[in-house]
Design a protein around this ligand. Sequence first.
Ligand SMILES: Nc1nc2c(ncn2[C@@H]2O[C@H](COP(=O)(O)OP(=O)(O)OP(=O)(O)O)[C@@H](O)[C@H]2O)c(=O)[nH]1
Ligand SMILES: [Mg+2]
Length: 446
Amino acid sequence: MLDKLSSSLKETIRKIAMAKRIDKHTVDELVRDIQRALIQADVKISLVKELSSRIRERSLKEKMVLNPREHVIKVVYEELINIIGKSVEVPLAAQKIMMVGLHGSGKTSSCAKLARYFQKKGLKPAVICADVYRPAASDQLRQLCDKIGVPFYDSANLPERNKNVMGIVKSGVKEFGKYDVEIIDTAGRHALEEDMIEEIRRIEKTIKPEQRFLILDASIGQQASVQARAFDDAIGITGIIITKMDGTAKGGGALSAVSETNSGVAFIGTGEKVDDFERFESDSFISRLLGMGDIKSLIEMAEGSLKPEDVDVDFLKGKFTLKDLYKQLEAVRKMGPMKKLIQMLPLGGLGIDFDDQMYQITEDKLKTFKVMMDSMTEEELNEPKIIGGSRLKRIARGSGTTTAEVNELVKYHRMMQKMIKSLTSGRGPMMKGMKMPMGKMMKRLK
Ligand SMILES: Nc1nc2c(ncn2[C@@H]2O[C@H](COP(=O)(O)OP(=O)(O)OP(=O)(O)O)[C@@H](O)[C@H]2O)c(=O)[nH]1
Ligand SMILES: [Mg+2]
C-alpha cells in the first residue's frame, strides 16, 4: 500500500536522522524530497505547498524540546497527519449508515466489509440494497451478506408497486429496526449527475442516517477532490472510505480529498475479500508510512508527557550497570521493555535492522550470566569497567566458567551501554557504526 511513497519518505527521514546538522540547506532539501514524493503519489498541489511552508517555518523557528533532528522528524510527522486530517470516530453503537459514491467505487463491497467490521465488534448489522438500476446489484450484495451471515433487504421483499428506491429504504429501515447497524447501499453513476445527487438527497432526508460515508476509489487520484466536494455539498459527508488502496500508487489523491469535507478517512479497503478492510487512524498510518515503530510514543516520552514509569526503562535516567543489563535481558526475554523501547525509536529511519536476534537471549545464556554475576562483588556489578585480568579469572573460577565467557558478558555490557547512550542522547547516526559489532555480538551470545 503506497509502497513507493513510503520508501521515498523513509529515505527522507533517514537523511534527516543522519544529517550532520540541521540548517536551512538541510530543511530545503528535505522539503524538496517530500514534495517530490507527495506529488508522485498524487497529493493535491495546494496541500503540498501548504505543508512545505509549514515544515520550513516550524523546523527552524519553533522552540525545540527535542534535539534538532528529532524536532524536524516530529514536524514532518505532524504536518503529514495534518494533510490527511484527524481520524473519524466510528461509534460502536446503534446507527444508520448510508453509502454513496460513483459507479464502481466499491460501495457494495464496502457495505459487506463494514457489516463484517461491526459484526466482529459484537454488534448486529443488517444491509439494505437501494440500487434498483443495475439488475445484478442486489444479487452481488445478497451473496456477500449470505457469506457473512448478515440479513439483507431489497426490492424482492416488496410488492411490485412499491419497488422504488424510497419504498425500499423506508420499509427496509423499518424491517431492520431491531438491528444495531443498518447499512444502506445506494446506486452509483458514471459521473456526478444531478439525478443521482437528487436521489441521495431524498434518501438522506427520508431516513436521516447518522453516518453518510463517501466511498472513493484510491486509483482516481486528484479527481477525488471534486467528488468529495459535490457529495459533501449534497448530504454532508461524515466519513470517507478509500477503497483499492492495494492496487495504486496514487492513493494520495483520495487521501487529500479529505480536506474538501468536514470529515476524515474512516476506513480503507485493501483488497477484494470481505476482511480486507481496516480502520484508519491518521497517526499510525503516517508512522507506518514513515517506517517508525511508534514515533508518537517516542515524542510523547521526549516531551515528558509519558512518565518514565510508563516506559519502565530505568537506565534512561542514569547509569547502566550490569544489574540493569541483567534486568533488561530478563525483560527482553519476556518481550518486555527493551523491545518496546527499540520499537519506539525511529530506527527504521536509520536503516538499522533490529531483527529477532536482538530479542533471542536464550534461557541458558541468561542463567550463565546470572551465575557469573553472583560471583561478582557489588562494586564490580555497579562499575563493570573495573573488571580486568585478575578479577576476570576470579569470577570465572567462582562461577565455573571461562575468562572468555566472563569477558563476553563484560563486552556485551559495554556495547549495550554505548548503544543506550547514543540512543538517549539522540546522536542516532552513531548507531550505524555499531551495527556490525552489535550483530556479531548477538550471534555469539546465542
Ligand atoms: N483490490 C480491491 N478491489 C476492490 C476493493 N473494493 C472494491 N473492489 C472491487 O471493485 C469492484 C467494484 O466494487 P463494487 O463494490 O461493486 O462497487 P460499487 O461502487 O458498488 O459499484 P456500482 O454499484 O456499480 O456503482 C469490484 O470488483 C470489487 O471487488 C478494494 O479495496 N481492493
Ligand atoms: Mg454497487
